[in-house]
Design a protein around this ligand. Structure first.
Ligand code: HEC
Length: 206
């Protein structure tokens, strides 16, 4: 008797577990699917079948749970194609920059600061410099910060090699790093980097 029940239980359990499996085109079953499926238009999904996930749907418009398409766009696409011959700008209105990390000369030629040359920018640049650079480069850019003293070889800004470097060059160094200096791109937004550049320019000239 027990043997039979055990057998039945094993078969039922195996069936149940197998039913959860996802493979190939089968997505398997989801627990609480409403937690996974985007209510707003999701740029990276494109499900145009209005009945997809109808059985489990709790949407107010009566459509399937998985339906995710924007009927206002051509072909119900969630992401619209940008107009022909245009390049999208980032949140600061700047064009995307894609200069290889070793191309310092190119960066020096083409990268120009979008910020005005005024006291406010300079003051903000100084504050950021004191937070992100001073420990290596020192308060006057002589490479004598507390970390610089042990890290050694920190370039002096007013040295012959650096004093005439263009703003685009400095921006590129902050973004990608150079030699033993690592990239600061993950810590500083593009605008913050340009502010620091303004301040470093004053240290180059002293
Ligand atoms: C951990 C220490 C460290 C920090 C922090 C650091 N640097 Fe550097 N920096 C260096 C070193 C070391 C070099 C020399 C790199 C080399 O050529 O090997 C250097 C070089 C430079 C140069 C000269 C590049 C050239 O053309 O030779 C500039 C400009 C510069 N850093 C700017 C900055 C700015 C701006 C910051 C802050 C956002 C910063 N650094 C933060 C260590 C640091």
């Amino acid at each position: 008797m027990y043997h039979k029940i055990n057998c039945l239980l094993t078969i039922a359990l195996t069936g149940l577990l197998a039913a959860c499996g996802a493979k190939g085109d089968r997505t398997g079953y989801e627990y609480s699917p409403q937690m996974y499926h985007s209510v707003p238009y999701d740029g990276l999904t494109q499900i145009t079948d209005q009945d997809a996930g109808k059985l489990i749907s709790n949407r107010e418009d009566g459509k399937g749970e998985f339906y995710n398409s924007n009927p206002n766009n051509p072909h119900e696409m969630n992401m619209r194609q940008p107009p022909a011959n245009t390049v999208s700008r980032n949140q600061y209105g700047l064009l995307p920059i894609n200069i290889h990390k070793d191309s310092f000369d190119l960066a020096a030629q083409v990268l120009k600061s979008p910020l005005p040359d005024n006291e406010e920018v300079l003051a903000q640049g100084k504050e950021l410099y004191e937070r992100f650079c001073i420990h290596c480069h020192g308060s006057t850019g002589m490479g004598d910060g507390l970390v610089g003293e042990v890290y050694l070889g920190v370039t002096t800004y007013n040295s012959a090699a650096v004093k005439d470097k263009a703003e685009g060059h400095i921006y590129h160094v902050i973004t990608h790093g150079k030699g033993r200096m690592l990239s600061h791109a993950s810590q500083l937004s593009p605008m913050e980097r340009w502010k620091i550049v303004r301040y470093v320019q004053t240290l180059q000239k002293q």
